[in-house]
Design a protein around this ligand. Structure first.
Ligand code: NAD
Ligand code: DAU
Length: 340
């Protein structure tokens, strides 16, 4: 199969690309990424010379470019990770979220309609369900929980999901959607909670905890997320949504304290700051459907997985220091100067 992974230079997309290239040598993987500030081709270094891998720089919302690419490549499968992903940025700059997350998705769907596709998979998020109250630990998001977005980011992701389902019903495009909880693991852009707090704690800088720090996130290792998507793409039922999560709920304060302990820094670094507007209180996924239908189970235990992840950031200070300095953006220019 020829599989196009969009956003394959980002945190999760790069794990998907590396996994597919290494585990399916009979498949051909095209990594299509615009290389925004969040795209880092160093994340795909381990596969860049493999014969079943190719990188293409481009924008999923650029209709002319996308149609030309689809005509040339004749993809069998699209896995759409490409998105603007940081909630705080969406509060400041919603337009780019509409452009990439909504128009980018409809552009890909239109190209699938025009050139045909065996499977279009939309990587969505649990944030489309809104949030759950802190005093009802018995409640979880299921695939039938109503869409109820809180931020411009989640509204754009929810909107994309509605288009995906509408293209399935109206144009018979064979689609699937996955909605996963918060991911952790190596190579996450250091604007997100875990890598941000690790980089600041090691520098002895204040750790900005929003509000009271009691908000709950349901953490899943990025490799478990990608294995679930692989199962859905190969064996999931067309037209279906699958939730992905591993029942690892933690308050932000618990996560930050785990980081401080692992780094050997003092809790006095915690600084409670003004809350994120519209801040979702709790996410919690019910993964029963993917577990029973597709036999998926997470392989990582959060308490060991988070410690391994923190160790990775401590052992790879170079990786995030190159990001903070902006140096990582030269990698594409150096590596691809004779190729594109
Ligand atoms: P990320 O921000 O690390 O990476 C996004 C990637 O998309 C980058 O490589 C960027 O260059 C690329 N991109 C952005 N705009 C583009 C465009 N117009 N055209 C082509 N490429 C473009 O994001 P991530 O955390 O890896 O998330 C990937 C996907 O998974 C997103 O769709 C996100 O909504 C979803 N998701 C993320 C999480 C999480 O915890 N991070 C959880 C559930 C779902
Ligand atoms: O649930 C899946 C979603 O998880 C994905 O769809 C998003 O793309 C991804 O960014 C993530 O969204 P969150 O808003 O949950 O992630 P973030 O890392 O921004 O924040 C996690 C929690 O930590 C959240 O409650 C806000 C809080 N936080 C975050 C930052 C950056 C802080 O308290 N301080 C901070 O500086």
């Amino acid at each position: 199969m020829k599989i196009c992974v969009t956003g394959g230079a980002g945190f999760i997309g790069s794990v998907m690309v590396n996994y597919l290239v290494k585990n399916y040598p009979e498949d051909y993987i095209v990594n299509l990424d615009k290389l925004t500030y969040a795209g880092n081709l160093e994340n795909c270094k381990e596969v860049e010379n493999e014969p079943n891998y190719k990188f293409v720089k481009g924008d999923i919302a650029d209709r002319e470019f996308i149609f030309k690419l689809f005509e040339e490549e004749k993809f069998d499968v699209i896995i759409n990770f490409a998105a603007e992903t940081h909630v705080d940025r969406s509060v400041e700059f919603p337009d780019e979220f509409v452009r990439t997350n909504v128009i980018g998705t409809t552009t890909l769907l239109d190209a699938c309609k025009q050139y045909g596709i065996r499977r279009y998979h939309q990587v969505s998020t649990d944030e489309v369900y809104g949030d759950l109250p802190l005093d009802r630990p018995d409640l979880f998001f299921t695939e039938t929980t109503p869409i109820h977005a809180s931020s411009p980011y989640s509204a754009a992701k929810a909107s994309a999901d509605l288009f995906v389902m509408a293209y399935h019903r109206t144009f018979n495009i064979p689609v699937t959607i996955s909605r996963c909880s918060n991911n952790y693991g190596q190579n996450q852009f250091p604007e997100k909670l875990i890598p941000l707090m690790i980089s600041r704690a090691t520098a002895g800088e204040a750790l900005p905890v929003y509000g009271d720090g009691a908000n709950v996130r349901d953490w899943l290792h990025v490799e478990d997320h990608c294995k679930a998507i692989d199962l859905i793409v190969r064996y999931g039922r067309v037209g279906e949504v699958y939730n992905i999560g591993g029942h690892n709920e933690r308050t932000n304060l618990q996560v930050v304290k785990t980081i401080l302990e692992a780094v050997g820094a003092d809790e006095s670094l915690i600084k409670y700051v003004k809350d994120r507007p519209g801040h979702d209180r709790r996410y919690a996924i019910d993964p029963t459907k993917i577990e029973t239908e597709l036999g998926w189970k997470p392989t990582y235990n959060f308490d060991t997985g988070i410690r391994q992840t923190i160790k990775w950031y401590l052992d790879n200070e170079d990786w995030w220091k190159r990001i903070i300095s902006g140096e990582y953006q030269n990698y594409f220019k150096e590596m691809y100067k004779d190729r594109v």
